[in-house]
Structures are given as structure tokens and as C-alpha cells.
Write a protein that binds this ligand. Sequence first.
Ligand code: SF4
Ligand code: SF4
Length: 194
Amino acid sequence: MKRREEMTFLEKIYVVEIFKGLTITYGKLLKNLWLHVLRALGCKTSEAPGVAIQYPNQRRAYPPRYRGRHRLTLYENGDVKCTSCFLCATACPARCIYIEACEHEDPNVEKFPKRYEIDTLLCIYCGYCVEACPVDAIRMDTGLHPEVYPADPRLFIEDKETLMERSRILEDYGPERLYDMHMKRMQELEKVIL
Ligand code: SF4
Ligand code: SF4
């Protein structure tokens, strides 16, 4: 591609370019307004008007493969499925999973994580940990965005209990309740910050 080095006289004085920009912006605005009015009056239009989503209070439905925040899956009795094999931590390119393995008092049970932590400030949400897990103990199917915590990096480390609690809420109340709780925390934090 040949790059044009010099601006023309009309480009140099900017006025024409500003006018062109405003024409595009207001043209879109008026067209959108017109389409909304027609729809409100019950007319069918071939083109749908543009709609702004008031994110984060509104959101589009995420596809099932959306990689959200992590959770540790549980057995029916509430025990964590993780066997502390370290495969997720080994696969993690950001090195943000910390596991401390522990022997279970029941000899029939494999090891379990005494500590399992994810530093969400380092995580790049690649999903390699989920792929690596041989027992489906970690998932990213919560539909949640990365959490925003108060300005202390230590608070961004999500521990085993937090990751297990997400599974419990998902199981008991479903993904919408999990998202509502997440949004409530975000709004409370916003009030503190602003
Ligand atoms: S999503 Fe990727 S970066 Fe985040 S914990 Fe899993 S493997 Fe590590
Ligand atoms: S989450 Fe899965 S891969 Fe990671 S330590 Fe536990 S069992 Fe192993």
C-alpha cells in the first residue's frame, strides 16, 4: 500500500474534514431516530435501528463457550473434585495458579488442595487450565466478567472457598443469580469509589 505523505490544501484547513465528519455523525443519528420513530408507530422497516446497550447494567446473552471467571466443581456431597494433580498450574501460561496439595484422611480419596488460588490480575482467561484438567474440576462457565476488587492486588487472588462458592450458587440458584450478585458487588464498589 502506498501511503500518502502530504495533505491537500482542503485537508490542511480542517474545516471541510470537520464538516464531513459531522455530516456522517448527524446523518447516522437522524437515520436512527427516524427508524425508531417508524418502529414506535408500528411501521415495519427493512433495516433495524441501532440500539445502544447500557453496559454493564444491560448485556447481550453470552454464547455457551464464553470463558468467564473460574469455579471449582464439586461432588454431590460438596467436596471439591480437584485432586491436586497440578496439571492446570503446569499448563497455565501466566503462572497464576497456586496449589498446595494435601493427603486426605480417607485412604480411598486421592489428594485434595489445601490451598487453591488464582491470581486474577495475572490470568489472561485463555482456558488452558480447563483443558488440562483430567477430572473436570475447574470450569470457566460462570458467565461472569473478571471481578473488580478494591485497589489492593492481594484482593484479586481468588481462593479455593471463593471458587467453590461459585459452583454452589450456580447449582442452587442458576447463572442469573450469580450474575446479579456480581453486579451488586460492582455497583457497591462504584459507590465507594465515586
Ligand atoms: S485461564 Fe489461562 S491464564 Fe487463567 S488460570 Fe487458566 S490457564 Fe492460567
Ligand atoms: S483443577 Fe484439575 S488439573 Fe488442576 S490440580 Fe485440580 S484436578 Fe489437577
